[in-house]
Write a protein that binds this ligand. Structure first.
Ligand code: SAH
Length: 372
């Protein structure tokens, strides 16, 4: 390489966004494309990739593994649910677990994953660990997709201060040919296909050096179900679990019940409010009509349709207002949460005041409108 040309570039090589963010974005894009439910990040370090992935709505299980417990613990609190997760539980379930251990050993907690990511991990492995790595990841874990990224040593001459390796803990850094021959041999051995790409574009005129970070995306060529993996591969647990967070989810009956009760009361209150306004409007005469808000008129149209079509009219009797459960169930959000009318009845039983036959939500209005 021409010395002046090299020096010119070494002054200006700065990736925007930073390279680690480009690597993590690459994984996120892959998750959005293939929608894996269970993702494991090997060599997860400070959990920053896991944190990014917890926002991908397709993921239900996230696991991290690292040989250094302290680095994992630094920011693992970021993986805990926030108060808002409890206030508005998500429809998906999500469990995040962190394990302390080495990728050179098999542990049953690593079975059943759809995607396994190894971002800037392999170059940290000792020779003996690197030898065992393919059997653990491709042979034992055998996910449908594996992503492996590692530095491309051909790019190093463009960095002014890199003498041998980019990081003191790197045991090796491979050229494109070295990485590709290792990856192709691993893929062949374990019946995967592999495609090569990368992040961190070389400067114009230097395309031959390739991406700064080289990436191999491996796809399993044979189908496999989670159950068969578990039963065929009995192994002893060797990893230590250092963190586990189960996010509140509407799949959990306890959270679903709370959400349904709030939604039923909210919906019933709106219907009651509309009914009372209508009654007031009738007693006050037509001139009051213009004071109604447009949103309530839309609601009124919807309610009107229901009443005409299905005879589910709310009504007042003495000091009580009755809002039929069938009317409440026909509202999209209640309907989606419960699925069936029977489930609605089951979830609110004993939690919401109902008419004696259980068919309507009941409100006492004796003390309402007292100012009148
Ligand atoms: N994946 C992270 C950082 C990788 S640095 C990111 O994308 O930013 C490499 C990590 O691999 C370090 O945290 C190191 O502790 C871990 N590591 C090294 N050897 C390991 C092994 N045998 N098993 C599991 N993790 C290992």
């Amino acid at each position: 390489m021409d010395k002046n040309f090299k020096e010119e570039f070494t002054q200006i090589i700065k990736f925007q966004p930073p390279l680690y963010k480009q690597r993590h974005q690459f994984v996120k894009d892959l998750v959005e494309k293939y929608k894996p439910k269970k993702v494991a990040d090997l060599g997860c370090a400070d959990c920053s990739l896991l944190w990014m992935l917890k926002f991908c709505s397709c993921i239900e299980v996230l696991a991290g593994l690292d040989i250094c417990e302290n680095v994992m613990k630094e920011k693992m609190h970021m993986l805990s649910p926030l108060p808002v997760d409890y206030l508005q539980p998500s429809e998906r379930s999500l469990t995040i677990t962190l394990h302390h251990g080495s990728v050179a050993y098999k542990d049953p907690c690593m079975l059943g994953f759809d995607l396994v990511t190894c971002i800037e991990l392999i170059e940290h492995l000792e020779e003996s660990e690197l030898k065992k790595f393919p059997e653990v990841v491709f042979g034992f874990m055998a996910p449908s997709i594996v992503v492996i990224s590692t530095p491309n040593s051909e790019f190093n001459p463009l960095f002014p201060r890199v003498m041998l390796h980019r990081h003191p803990d790197h045991k090796f850094e491979w050229s494109q040919a070295q990485f590709q021959s290792w990856a192709l041999e691993t893929a062949r051995c374990y019946n995967y296909s592999v495609e090569f790409t990368g992040v961190g574009h070389p400067p114009t005129g230097m395309e031959k050096v390739g991406f700064c970070t080289q990436i191999g995306v491996f796809m399993r060529k044979y189908p496999q179900t989670g159950e068969s993996v578990q039963s065929e591969k009995p192994t002893e647990a060797v990893y230590k679990t250092v963190f586990k967070a189960v996010y509140p989810s509407l799949k959990d009956e306890k959270y679903l019940q709370n959400a349904v009760i709030s939604e039923v009361i909210f919906t019933a209150q709106i219907i009651k409010h509309r009914l009372m306004s209508k009654r007031k409007e009738c007693s006050d005469g037509p001139e009051r009509k213009s004071k109604f808000q447009p949103s309530m008129d839309c609601f009124s149209d919807y309610l009107g349709k229901l009443v005409v079509e299905k005879n589910m009219e709310p009504f007042v009797s003495g000091n009580e207002v009755y809002i039929p459960l069938a009317t409440i169930f026909s509202f999209p959000k209640v309907n989606r949460l419960c699925g069936t009318f029977e489930k609605l009845c089951k979830l609110i039983a004993g939690k919401v005041t109902l008419s004696s036959d259980g068919s309507a939500v009941m409100f006492n209005i004796e003390y309402e409108n007292e100012e009148n």
